[in-house]
Design a protein around this ligand. Sequence first.
Ligand code: AMP
Ligand code: ZN
Length: 111
Amino acid sequence: MDCLFCAISRGEIPSKKVYEDELVYGFYDIDPQAPTHFLVIPKAHIESAGAVTAENSAVVAHCFEVIAKVTKELGITDFRVVSNCGEQAGQSVKHLHFHVLAGRDMTWPPG
Ligand code: AMP
Ligand code: ZN
């Protein structure tokens, strides 16, 4: 399987790491949309939020634990977590990822 984020989490493609453990990888987005913009991904390939099941959902909770930990370490209290699912919603990489955006005012609803 040819997946960009699988390759990044294995270290085959360079990235600016913000967090790593055996289940999850975190790295700064190459095209930041806010002063702080990093991605948290499960190392296991899950295609999108629409492919989460009872069997693989534990890592999703772990991703959120990591998000809370990393933001705290970075001194960030206010942030937005986004996961785009499907092309219409703006998903360009088909490996589940959570965008963490911070450091500027955010608008609602998202565009
Ligand atoms: P999405 O469009 O929601 O699927 O998000 C994919 C994100 O991955 C975008 O914000 C891209 O800027 C980011 N991205 C793509 N390639 C890389 C890369 N090599 N390193 C870091 N971020 C990347
Ligand atoms: Zn993948």
